[in-house]
Design a protein around this ligand. Structure first.
Ligand code: GLY
Length: 364
């Protein structure tokens, strides 16, 4: 493969969104994945767009999460308009449910810290909670409503990104493991099982797998897998409404009624064996939130590997002064943080590309 301006390594939601944006900007782009496009964390994710469940303290990443949340309607609208694909995107809010006075105090303290970050939150009485979510546990002491939050079906996003990338001429190569990357100041060499590809830019966006690819001459923050189990069942569409959360457990419902309970968190490498005990625990905790779930048959269970990272937040930026850009380590928020990660990386690359082509009188 020759003649690319940019080669993106990793075709999950982050890498695919970057490839789409770069191609829209006129670059010739190749998108490589060792497996199938969007078949790992972007397939497994529940698709919660919910900074309130993830961030409490002020940090650049909390602000970034909110910026992404507020970019999502335009991101989905643009993808839908370009591709004609249907994307299940719902802005129904999220409710943090309290069962006891202790829960209430904890959530209240968190909500007050979060409102300082610009997160909108309203208190809900038990009556308001049950009016909004009739299926919520009768003994709940109320909840805190995060009206801006929502969810998206990441599988729909990935289908649309594939269509959009193809339409913009992105060369998608699946089943192509990358063995190493050799970044230089003005070029990135991507070594695959099929040979080397050189491009003006490289982008490493291989999620939990990013650190398995040696990058010559660079010491980069380590990415590692944080496994999460999920389980789902079919209910009547609209029977849940907002996302329900209690501690580490959440329930989300797709527009077609498929209802997902998650999630666990294990650091056990890339172990793909479903653990029945972990799944039973998720179902039990989900039934605490919505007791009707205790008597239901869960139709499907699956797991995915979140891209954990040894740094405060995702790694988004160039690898030293080289032509390799890094976009990995989004941990629990890869679906949420795709829109702005992609636009930031693509804008930085395209503005440098413009400087390249401005010749000796350019501003470089
Ligand atoms: N974003 C939710 C999770 O990772 O479980």
């Amino acid at each position: 493969m020759v003649g690319f301006d940019a080669v993106v390594v990793g075709a999950g939601i982050i890498g695919s969104s970057i490839a789409w944006r770069l191609a829209q900007a006129g670059l010739r782009v190749a998108l490589l994945d060792s497996g199938r496009m969007g078949a790992e964390a972007s397939w497994a994710g529940a698709g919660m767009l919910a900074p309130g469940g993830e961030f409490e303290a002020d940090s650049p990443w909390a602000a970034f999460a909110l910026e992404n949340l507020r970019s999502y309607p335009d991101f989905v609208e643009e993808l839908t308009a370009e591709t004609g694909e249907t994307i299940d995107f719902q802005q129904l809010g999220a409710i943090e449910v309290a069962f006891s006075e202790d829960d209430w105090r904890l959530i209240e303290a968190r909500a007050s810290a979060q409102s300082m970050l610009g997160i909108t939150i309203f208190r809900m009485s038990p009556q308001e909670l049950h009016e909004e979510v009739p299926m919520a546990a009768g003994d709940a002491a109320g909840g805190w409503f995060y009206p801006e939050e929502g969810l998206v079906n990441p599988r729909d996003i990935m289908r649309a990104l594939r269509t959009a990338c193809i339409a913009w001429g992105v060369v998608i190569r699946e089943g192509v493991p990358v063995r190493a990357i050799r970044p230089k100041p003005k070029e990135a060499e991507i070594i695959t099982a099929e040979g080397a590809i050189s491009a003006r830019w490289g982008v490493l966006a291989a999620g939990a797998w990013s650190s398995l690819i040696p990058v010559a001459g660079c010491s980069l923050p380590r990415a590692f897998p944080v496994r999460g189990h999920l389980t789902g069942l079919h209910l009547e569409p609209g029977s849940i409404g907002p996302i329900l959360r209690y501690e580490q457990t959440y329930i989300v419902q797709r527009a077609d009624g498929f209802t997902i309970a998650g999630a666990s968190s294990e650091q056990c490498g890339f172990n793909r064996a479903l653990d029945p005990l972990i799944l039973a625990g998720i179902r039990e905790r989900a039934a605490r939130l919505a007791p009707r779930l205790a008597n239901c048959d869960f139709a499907e269970s699956w797991l995915g590997f979140r891209p954990g990272i040894e740094s405060d937040g995702p790694v988004i930026g160039p690898a030293g002064g080289t032509a390799l850009w890094l976009a990995y380590g989004h941990y629990r928020n890869g679906i949420l943080m795709a829109p702005v990660t992609a636009s930031r990386v693509a804008q930085a690359i395209t503005s440098s590309s413009e400087k390249d082509s401005s010749g000796p009188t350019g501003t470089r």
